[in-house]
Design a protein around this ligand. Structure first.
Ligand code: SF4
Ligand code: ZN
Ligand code: ZN
Length: 307
């Protein structure tokens, strides 16, 4: 077997096709696909200041690596990295090393915010005293910190490392829970409209699969440790991930099918829920966007404070 383009030794067989590619051709193919997503969906423009949510895992390092290449070419796009340290021993402390190393070697400004500093406790201590699933608290706190840090740094867009697998899982999770309001905020660029209080998220890896990201990160020496968070097996997403992977195994193309069919109906969903979602308020405690009086972050933070 040889590379379809140059006849070198192949390193990967592309999903949904019989095409095999070598390291160089795969890297080209991957970067082109990501750049096309940025261009077609107008994820950011020259002159924007883009914050990259950098966990130090394969997805966020790949996102930062490609955006850094683009920023260097464009010169006017400014890049900063934002890392949230949840306080997960044996996991986040390891990926933080990769995040710091990459930013140092590539001269990228890195800003770190931690749960311990902001909420007084690390996630490891928080979960010992609650029955709530760790990811429910962690996801809310991370979104809050990323948004507030991004505003503080005056970034226009916040880039995350979500890939096609992640999006397929989120779409089905919302579907299974009858939660279309949340689905209306999905897509390569999230949010219903420009809201000065909520920095829009962009997903440059939207159309590449997890397997492709893993291959890119490995081949380009961005990450060699693909270990997962010790709490991830407890969440709904991990069950959905197994389910979709099993379906993909039997019915090749299932992941692309979920995402592409969703994108066809997304404009209608956005239209419907933009009208219904005009009433975004500001949290009476912290001022972050919320649909209630107090945001979920402040509700959790109060519970933690009161033990
Ligand atoms: Fe937090 Fe859950 Fe992600 Fe772990 S898997 S970092 S607990 S959201
Ligand atoms: Zn090749
Ligand atoms: Zn709040």
């Amino acid at each position: 077997m040889t590379c379809k383009k140059c006849k070198e030794k192949p390193v990967i067989k592309l999903t949904n096709s019989h095409i095999t590619l070598c390291k160089k051709c795969f890297t080209n193919y991957f970067e082109k696909k990501v750049k096309k997503t940025i261009r077609n969906h107008k994820l950011f423009k020259k002159g924007d200041k883009v914050g990259v949510a950098l966990s130090g895992g394969k997805d966020s390092l790949t996102t930062l690596h490609i955006l850094n290449k683009i920023a260097k070419q464009q010169r006017t796009t400014k890049l900063v990295a934002i890392t949230i340290d949840e306080g997960i021993k044996g996991y986040r402390d390891k990926t933080l090393i990769f995040a710091k190393k990459y930013c140092k070697e590539n001269d990228i400004e890195l800003h770190i915010a931690s749960y311990k500093e902001t909420f007084g406790k690390k996630l490891d201590s928080i979960v010992k005293k609650t029955d709530t699933i760790p990811c429910s608290i962690c996801g809310v706190f991370r979104r809050y910190l990323l948004n507030s840090k991004a505003k503080e740094l005056k970034v226009n867009k916040l880039a995350t490392g979500h890939n096609l697998d992640d999006e397929a899982q989120t779409i089905l999770m919302n579907q299974f829970r009858n939660n279309l309001t949340v689905s209306a905020r999905l897509g390569p660029i999230t949010g219903l409209s420009d809201n000065k209080n909520f920095i829009r998220r962009i997903k440059p890896l939207y159309f590449v699969t997890e397997k492709e990201v893993m291959t890119y990160a490995y081949l380009n020496k961005l990450s060699t440790d693909f270990s997962e968070c010790p709490y991830s097996h407890l969440n709904y997403r991990s069950k959905m991930r197994n389910f979709i992977n099993q379906m993909e195994e039997i019915y090749s193309g299932s992941k692309h099918g979920i995402v592409n069919s969703f994108l066809e109906i997304l404009p209608e969903l956005k239209e419907k829920y933009t009208k219904e979602n005009k009433s975004i308020k500001e949290c009476e405690i912290c001022g972050e966007p919320t649909s209630k009086e107090k945001c979920q972050t402040c509700i959790y933070a109060e519970k933690i404070k009161n033990g």
